[in-house]
Design a protein around this ligand. Structure first.
Ligand code: BDR
Ligand code: CA
Length: 317
């Protein structure tokens, strides 16, 4: 039986690869996708999400528009996101019938979870605004969420600041609500995603698959490598340049948890500080005296990740 999953996305180049992986994997049933402000504005993250499903011939996947700004903070800064994602993805306008569902993402999440049998994994790969809002509005949904698999956080080093990872930093108050919500949480932070890079050689292999998803993924991986090389170069793979494809790793971890090495530890989010705003504070030595609330990944299996992308994105709808 495929695992049911909902993706919450700020699409975005790596979100797009995550969406295609979730939609095409025979091991997952993608119940729907919700958009959120993040890599770019909600107008673009929503339109990009529709274009991804339309391009791979799966216009029927329901897409709901989410919240257009962080929960508390009025200012929206995006830092390096613009260089790595742009606003509109390099995909044609919708022509196969993908269209936005009426209603908003938060209410759809609440209704869908309350009507479920507690079997839909929630996978947020953008700022946690929609998820926090749904939990605050209807805390009973927590009884119906078997696991939240989050792409976000960083222990060793940040990307948007020295301390913080982009998704958590953009809406730290929302992230704090979610990591403390009590549901089982697996976190796929930069510590893991930077250990599972996708290279220019891997992009050539994706393109050679000859499928719409392989072509789109190759495009986005190359765009990411270009952006990373300009802003935060990653270690090469032989002669090839490479970049993380963060959000797709979170989806692969739902399909095959062995792709990550995790530790169950207390994790909280800094919401008061200046230099370390949005930092995921990881209590590896249990100094707080609290029990673990997050399975936090510090490593990932790069060859397995690339094998999974090739196998899944070689499929057509
Ligand atoms: C995360 O931030 C976004 O730019 C990416 O889509 C990913 O979800 C990585 O820090
Ligand atoms: Ca994202």
């Amino acid at each position: 039986m495929p695992t049911k999953v909902i993706l919450d996305v700020d699409t975005g180049t790596d979100d797009a690869v995550a969406l295609m992986t979730a939609a095409l994997s025979p091991d997952l049933e993608l119940v729907g996708a919700t958009s959120v402000n993040g890599n770019t504005s909600i107008e673009y993250t929503t339109e990009n999400t529709l274009r991804v499903f339309d391009f791979i011939g799966m216009p029927e996947v329901p897409v709901y528009r989410g919240i257009d700004r962080p929960l508390v903070r009025m200012d929206v800064k995006r830092g390096m996101a613009a260089r790595i994602h742009g606003d509109m993805l390099d995909l044609p306008p919708v022509s196969n019938g993908a269209r936005l569902q009426p209603g908003n993402a938060v209410d759809w999440l609440i209704e869908t979870y309350l009507a479920s049998s507690g079997d839909i994994v929630l996978c947020p790969v953008g700022p946690l605004t929609n998820i926090a809002m749904a939990i605050v509005k209807e805390p009973r949904i927590l009884e119906f969420i078997p696991e939240i698999v989050i792409m976000g956080g960083a222990h060793d080093h940040g990307n948007i600041t020295a301390s913080a990872e982009f998704n958590i930093w953009l809406d730290p108050e929302a992230a704090r609500i979610v990591v403390n919500c009590g549901a089982p949480i697996r976190m796929v932070p930069l510590d893991a995603t930077h250990r599972a890079l996708v290279s220019t050689d891997d992009a050539a292999r994706l393109r050679a698959l000859g499928t719409p998803a392989g072509e789109a993924a190759a495009r986005f991986v190359l765009q990411r490598i270009d952006g990373y090389d300009a802003t935060q170069p990653m270690p090469r793979r032989g002669d090839a340049l490479a970049a993380p494809v963060h959000d797709a790793l979170a989806v692969c971890a739902i399909i095959d948890p062995s792709i990550l090495t995790t530790e169950h530890i207390p994790v909280d989010v800094e919401v008061h500080a200046d230099l370390s705003l949005g930092r995921t504070v990881c209590d590896f030595r249990f100094r707080s005296g609290k029990p673990g609330n997050v399975h936090f990944a510090m490593d990932a299996d790069e060859p397995k990740f690339n094998r999974m992308l090739l196998e899944i994105l070689g499929r057509s709808a």
